[in-house]
Design a protein around this ligand. Structure first.
Ligand SMILES: *Cc1c(COP(=O)(O)O)cnc(C)c1O
Length: 354
């Protein structure tokens, strides 16, 4: 650290992203919950036709993109804000809706970026432990008077909370914003989006990175009542109005025009998740019930860190976390059937060695 780095960041621990190998041919990549399916050829062809000349600045309003997305989400365009990945709208939410009087609250086992955003925005926060079975107890969030962040399905557990349970949490904290991070909601089918007109304190965040096959494009969005969106827009126009580049805007619109492919891919991934869960269970794994495009699994006889290393030696990348409560687990992205069979074959080899 240089002597110029502000001491206000003394305790800032940055987020650790999953490995992104440059030589993709060496690995079956099941570590960062991307789609195994690239955007369709039709979508990429369409994107070329939509691209605004790169000598011009991008559309700061993302007008066309927002209009087409609003129709799909059944909301108004001004109930949407577009951001550089949903990470960006989550960061904005910590900046805009948390302070000393509105401390943040989130689970101990959840998206690793929440504590980082809280620290970087100099926001106080409370960590609420999941129950022993790794589920969220809605009672722990009822009427707590804090700005709540809940990933639903949760990551890395994959466990989904019902929209009814979330509604009780939202209704019982009327003086604070409740952020529901729906990065994986297309795989669970459970969403709080219809609640935005009923609760002025609800912000739902979503992403093109998982179900829509656009992780590298960096495109996410928030859905909320117009007043909350206006606050977030005030912040965005004070930071980086050109947060979405023209190539990503074109790709985003193109992907929205091929929803059929997106829906078909979600169905395949959900079928592969059921297959992977069943096959891992047969092999003695404990697999948490997942509503996402990954499974969180542990084997009673193979330490989590050992399994991670042995899979990596065999060219299979999964995600291992070292936090005490979950270090016996690995988070495995659901890929194609072929990729899952490669994973299972490697698991069989490792079990023989053990
Ligand atoms: C992947 C993920 C995100 C955001 O990803 P972006 O690529 O920034 O849209 C947000 N929340 C959770 C829980 C995630 O797993």
């Amino acid at each position: 650290m240089s002597r110029y780095f502000s001491s206000k960041f003394d305790r800032l621990t940055p987020y650790t992203p999953g490995e992104q190998p440059s030589d993709l041919s060496r690995f079956v990549k099941l570590n960062t919950n991307e789609s195994p399916f690239p955007p369709s050829e039709a979508a990429m062809e369409c994107a070329r036709g939509l691209l605004r000349p790169l000598n011009l600045y991008s559309d700061t309003t993302c007008g066309d993109l927002r209009r087409e997305l609003a129709a799909i989400e059944h909301v108004d365009p001004d109930e949407l804000i577009m951001t550089n990945g949903s990470d960006e709208v989550l960061d904005y939410a910590f900046a805009c809706f948390c302070d000393r009087d509105h401390p943040a609250a989130f689970a101990d086992i959840t998206y690793g970026f929440y504590p980082v955003f809280a620290q970087r925005n100099l926001v106080p926060y409370t960590v609420i432990p999941l129950k022993d079975d790794m589920t969220i107890d809605p009672e722990d969030y009822t009427g707590i008077g804090k700005t709540i962040f809940i990933a639903n399905p949760n990551a890395p557990t994959g466990i989904t909370l019902s929209a009814d349970a979330l509604e009780k949490i939202i209704a019982s904290n009327p003086d604070n914003v409740v952020v529901v991070d729906e990065a994986y909601a297309d795989f669970s089918g459970v969403t709080c989006v219809p609640l935005i007109r009923k609760y002025p304190n609800l912000l739902v965040t979503r992403t093109f990175s998982k179900s829509r096959s656009l992780a590298g494009g960096r495109l996410g969005y928030g859905i909320a009542c117009k007043e909350l969106i206006r606050d977030l827009e005030t912040f965005r126009y004070s930071l980086n109005p050109y947060n979405i580049n023209s190539m990503t805007i074109a790709a985003g619109i193109a992907v929205l025009r091929d929803e059929e492919t997106v829906r078909a891919n979600i169905a395949v991934i959900n079928a592969n998740r059921a297959y992977t869960t069943e096959e891992l269970t047969k092999r003695g794994f404990r697999v948490l019930p997942s509503g996402a495009n990954f499974v969180f699994a542990m084997h009673p006889d193979i330490p989590g860190g050992v399994l991670y290393e042995k899979l990596k030696d065999r060219g299979i990348l999964v995600r291992h976390f070292t936090a005490e409560r979950i270090r016996e687990y690995n988070r495995i992205t659901v890929g194609t059937k072929e990729q899952m069979d490669l994973l299972l074959a490697a698991v069989d080899e490792i079990r023989k060695e053990n």
